[in-house]
Structure formats: structure tokens, C-alpha cells
Design a protein around this ligand. Sequence first.
Ligand SMILES: [Fe+2]
Length: 354
Amino acid sequence: MKNVILVVDDDKTNLSLAQRILGPQYRIAASNSGTAALKYLETHRPDLILLDINMPEMDGFEMMEKLRSNVHTESIPVIFLTADSLAETEIKCFQMGAMDFVTKPFVPDILLSRVSKTIELDQYRHNLETMVNIQARKITEDAMRLGRIQDSVIVGMANLIESRDGSTGKHVKNTQTYVRMIATELLSRGHFTQELTPAYIENLCKAAPLHDVGKIKIPDAILQKPGRLTAEEFETMKLHTTHSRKIIQTIIGDIEDEHYVRLVEDIALYHHERWDGTGYPAGLTETNIPLSARIMAVADVFDALYEERCYKPPVRPIERIMQIMSEGRGTQFDPVILDVFVEMLPQLREMLEK
Ligand SMILES: [Fe+2]
């Protein structure tokens, strides 16, 4: 099939000359004004436009601007036609985004050669663009698929670990949900707006299931002990935070997304820190505790109280849980996060009833 060339020139002689030279190899559409050409372009997409610069009403440069500002025409290659061969004109043509320019009167061989080269080049560009797009889409799809597999492996692994201490297995999924709800609510109330970007919240939720992976190294006798832990046992239990960080460094340390890795490490290491500095393992205080871990602490304690554990029955009603947690306002928990959380009671109830 022949390539289509739109020739725009107010001079009829030039139009018929172009037709004579290019006609044997190309299909020619001719317009004697910019307005007529733009009308034609509303329904056609030629492979090349030959555009005269000097025309009454709309000149070639003005028409070029219109072509470049319209998504349907911006990528059509243009060769300017000009009667003068001044350097300034040539420079302007290229500045305007022309692929080439041809001086009038036409020399048939030159016109043919410029036209065929421009069309060929544009087709290469187009093919390359298509290839890049296909590859880019494939890479995105692969990355998304890998991401989904990774997410479910992480949640699966975390569930497995959680199931050892006799919790219901809902812990992982639930804490992830609480974390998302708290972060979203904080943001909507104008708290921590600098930190709580959409990417941060997404990473936070993906990181949440990993906060206790270090429990895999805690002996069953401690993890599944029905009663209170002795001081010594508690010291061992505390180590799950540093174990978690080490395991995380081993399993996801080489993931290129350093923000995500950092967030997972922070949550794992610091989710038992307390606002007043009496937590573990580092005894960090207030906002020295990473925000991610401060949010996780609230979600984690709520879930621990709400669910049944081997060492305790579930706490009911939810109001009682909020009452207990409120006693830790400003000592155990970040007061801003706790206040917002307590006010989220209706949402939490609705979610849990589902
Ligand atoms: Fe923990």
C-alpha cells in the first residue's frame, strides 16, 4: 500500500508539480490552505506533510504550531517547502520540529530522496517506539506479577510463624488492615502529611506482616506458654525484634527499594518501643521512634487484646480495649496516633463485624 503525503501549498502549480514528481510512488492529498489541510487531518492521518511556509491567512509556521499542539497530528513528520534558502529560515524550520526542508522550485530527485528518507526514518522511529512500549508493558506486568507473588509469600510466611504461638492466623491480615486504616485516618486528619505519602502507606502495609518474623527463633516453650513469662523468658522473647531485623536483612535486604526495606526493618525492630523510652530493644523515646513503628505498635497491641492468645482470653467489649490502650497514652503510645485510633472505634467495629 502506498504511503500518503499531504501537500499544503496555496500555489496550484506547486501542488500539481508535487503530484507529478511524487504521484508514481505515493498517494497525494493536496490542500491549498492551512485551514483546508487541518480539516482534512481531522479524519485522515497521512504519513508525511509537505508544508509551504508562505501562505496567506495561516502561514506554514502557524499551521505547524497547530499540528504540534494536537495529539492526533503531533507525531506526523513535516517537511517545510520554502522559496528562500536563508539560514535563518532553515534554523526556524528545525526549531519548529520539521524533519527536513526543501527549497522551491522543486528538483525532482532531491524532493523524492528527502521524502523517502523522512518516511523511512519515521517508520523506524515508530517501530522502535512500539517495541519499547511493548517491552515496557511486559516489564511492568512481570514486576507486578513478581510483586504479587512476593506479597503472598511474605503473608504466607508471616502466617506460618504467627500460627506457632497459637494465635488465630487472622493476626497478620488484621494488623495489616489496622495499619492501613490508622495511616489513612491520620493523613485525612492532617497528621504527618510529609511522611504519609501514598507510596509510604503502601510500603507500610506491605511491611506490617513481617514485624514479628523473628519469633521463628523463639522457643515454643516461651512462645506457647499459657501463663506469664518469667523475667528471663521475657528477655528471650524481647529478642524477637532484633531477630526480625536480621531475618529481614537476609530475605529482602537485596531488594532495590531501599525505602521499603528500611520501613520493614524499622517496624520489626522498633514496634515494641514505648513513647516514654521504657520499651525495647533500643529504649527510643517519642518521635525518635520511627512513625511506621509507632503506628504498628498501636495496631499490634489492639490486635493482641482483641484476639484470643494462648496466655489470655480476648478482651471485650471493644470499648474496654480502647480504655486499656488509652491508659498508655503518652507513656506507651504516641498520643496523636492513639487519639485518632480511639476515635476510629466505629470504623473498627464495622470492619471487625464484617
Ligand atoms: Fe512483636
